[in-house]
Design a protein around this ligand. Structure first.
Ligand SMILES: [Zn+2]
Ligand SMILES: [Zn+2]
Length: 276
């Protein structure tokens, strides 16, 4: 019996893409859902444009879940832009808990971030008029425990800062490290953070060659993601945050090369679910 199901609703980095050459891996930006089977509750990491389809899924299948938790790795556009299109946030019977966790976070006024996203200049409906009750909670801490769920974060090297998340629940370890730049060598702290993960979700925006041309842009390469997985002893690796210039054909080719090096790895596809 599966204990937790992880589903990718958005796999694209930087900007959503609508193009027939991008249908296999998907064009929506970062959004990952975690379904805990023991409680039948869905939690969300990041609200890129993929959260739109997730909202419809929640409305159809989780009408009883009154409170929905959305945690954020950081607040770049491709991780927040879908929130105004998240249907459950228009339901007065729902509570949306917007949360971020992490010591040394630069942006702590979460209400302000999301209020600004929806000011009249940018969007017809303002946050306070959406309907749902919103709670905003920034915790200046790298560890959070609640009802048998242990959440840890790590500050990552990314312009403006971002946080990796490690979720430990019912004996499953899931680690998500997206929007991070390792530097010339792999960041040892990230390897330690991902130690023994059953599922490591690591971004891989660039090839090695592309990475050289994008120093300081805050991202990793496929080979770096594999190196973290190998050294951390991760059982399974899924690479995500696909570059907008990488179409399906390009990603299929890269995936084959990656699998030749690390057997239990694949590239995230929109709609893909992993059961643990
Ligand atoms: Zn991003
Ligand atoms: Zn970013």
């Amino acid at each position: 019996m599966a204990r937790i199901t992880t589903t990718f609703y958005g796999t694209r980095g930087s900007i959503p893409i609508c193009d027939p050459k991008y249908l296999e891996f998907g064009g929506n930006t970062t959004c990952i859902a975690f379904l805990m089977h023991s409680t039948n509750r869905i939690s969300i990491l990041d609200a890129g444009t993929g959260i739109r389809a997730l909202g419809k899924h929640i409305n159809e299948n989780f009408s009883e879940q009154s409170a929905i938790d959305i945690a954020f790795t950081h607040f770049h556009w491709d991780h927040i832009q879908g929130l105004p299109f998240f249907d459950p946030a228009y339901n007065p019977n729902r509570t949306i808990n917007i949360a971020a966790l992490g010591e040394g976070g630069q942006f702590t006024d979460l209400r302000k971030i999301f209020k600004n996203l929806m000011i009249e200049e940018y969007f017809p409906i303002q946050l306070e008029n959406m309907g749902a009750k919103f709670n905003f909670d920034f915790k200046e801490d790298n560890i959070y425990e609640n009802k048998g769920i242990l959440l840890k974060t790590i500050k990552q090297n990314h312009p403006g800062g971002s946080f990796g998340y490690r979720l430990e629940v019912e004996g499953c370890i899931i680690v998500v490290c997206t929007d991070l730049e390792h530097g010339d060598t792999i960041n040892e702290d990230i390897v330690a953070f991902a130690k023994d993960a059953d599922l490591l979700i690591h971004e891989a925006q660039y090839t090695d060659e592309e990475l050289l041309r994008h120093k300081g842009w805050g991202h990793s390469s496929f080979n770096q993601a594999i190196e973290v997985a190998e050294r951390a002893g991760a059982k399974q690796l899924i690479m995500t945050h696909h570059d907008p210039d990488h179409d399906d054909e390009c990603l299929r080719k890269i995936e084959k090369e990656c699998q030749a090096r690390f057997k239990n790895c694949s590239l995230a596809r929109e709609g893909m679910s992993i059961e643990l």
